[in-house]
Design a protein around this ligand. Structure first.
Ligand SMILES: NC(=O)c1ccc[n+]([C@@H]2O[C@H](COP(=O)([O-])OP(=O)(O)OC[C@H]3O[C@@H](n4cnc5c(N)ncnc54)[C@H](OP(=O)(O)O)[C@@H]3O)[C@@H](O)[C@H]2O)c1
Length: 287
């Protein structure tokens, strides 16, 4: 059936590269993609909606200039959010849509925009209350058989929603919000399920979107100084320590920060160090 995807230890998020933040030129896309790949960060995380449906095409314009890159990178993208924006004049209210027609159309658009003929991993972006696992299963089978998508996963699902989808579809990836700032996935069953069912967990906003609470920053800064790294590197290392094999999706727009993130791959925390950060995050002592 569907293959389990291979992804790099650190995944590179593109959400902030375009209209929503950095507004990179094509040359800047080329530079940051090349830099990421030199670091060994070969997996890029997209969604159809990033930059109000413009970021995939901007990345694709850079990829078009370097067709040799495609076989050396993995492209993750997402579908299922109906977003109200200038680029989609027929969208009048936010909604989620996992109908077969929407999934198939969304993938065709992503393929065109990204200048590629396959997507490595397709994720359902946020759970559609009206999702029908049989219908999703049919869509995925068509996408797989046509070679347009190699593997599938979800994002922001509850464990029971993952189980529901697993009745028709092998779920290979679950992209969730988990970080030093957002720790609920550690004990609400999402990471347990990843481990039990061999689902690869990806962590979005692994630095909490860049703004961490002051008290937590104090703890991270003090411990980071002992390790000789930045607090952000320590925060990523802390996530990597979990046995589920979390893949942080870094959101930086700066090449020097991408370089720095790599240091997290070589940092080991012992249990007391790990729990010091955990307790600083929750603001509660362990029972
Ligand atoms: N599945 C979902 O629902 C979902 C939701 C949100 C995001 N995502 C994915 O997750 C990716 C990451 O999300 P995110 O951008 O919120 O992640 P993040 O890595 O937690 O935050 C990135 C932000 O932190 C800032 N930052 C400050 N200091 C930094 C440092 N030392 N190193 C790195 N960044 C630092 C960055 O600024 P600079 O750019 O100036 O470095 C950037 O604005 C997105 O690109 C997207 O692919 C998925």
């Amino acid at each position: 059936m569907y293959s389990t995807p291979w992804m790099s230890d650190i995944v590179v998020g593109t959400m902030r590269w375009g209209l929503w933040d950095a507004k990179f030129t094509t040359a800047e896309y080329e530079a940051i993609i090349a830099h990421s790949m030199e670091l060994g960060f070969t997996t890029f995380d997209h969604a159809d909606i990033y930059g109000d449906h413009t970021t995939e095409a901007e990345f694709g314009a850079a990829l078009k200039l370097h067709p040799e890159w495609r076989s050396q990178m993995e492209l993750v993208t997402k579908c299922g959010i109906i977003r109200v924006c200038d680029q989609k004049p027929d969208h009048y209210v936010k909604a989620y849509d996992f109908t077969k027609a929407h999934i198939l159309k969304s993938v065709d658009d992503s393929l065109t925009n990204l200048h590629t003929d396959y997507i490595d991993v397709l994720l359902l972006h946020r759970p559609d209350v009206l999702m029908d696992p049989d219908e999703i299963g049919e869509a995925f089978e068509l996408l797989y058989q046509s070679g347009k998508v190699r593997s599938f996963g979800v994002s922001n699902f509850t464990p029971s929603q993952v189980k529901l989808l697993q009745t028709t579809v092998p779920v290979g990836v679950h992209q969730i919000e988990v970080s030093v700032k957002e720790v609920s996935a550690f004990d609400d069953g999402r990471l347990d399920q990843c481990m039990m069912d061999n689902i690869i967990p990806m962590a979005w906003s692994p630095l909490g979107g860049g703004a961490l609470p002051e008290e937590l920053m104090k703890t991270l800064t003090a411990m980071a100084a002992e390790f000789g790294v930045s607090p952000q590197v320590l925060a990523i290392a802390w996530l990597l320590q979990h046995p589920a094999g979390i893949l942080p999706v870094t959101g930086t727009t700066r090449m020097e920060r991408l370089t720095e993130v790599k240091e997290a791959l070589n940092l080991q925390l012992d249990r007391q160090q790990w729990y010091t950060i955990y307790q600083a995050s929750t603001g509660k002592s362990l029972p």
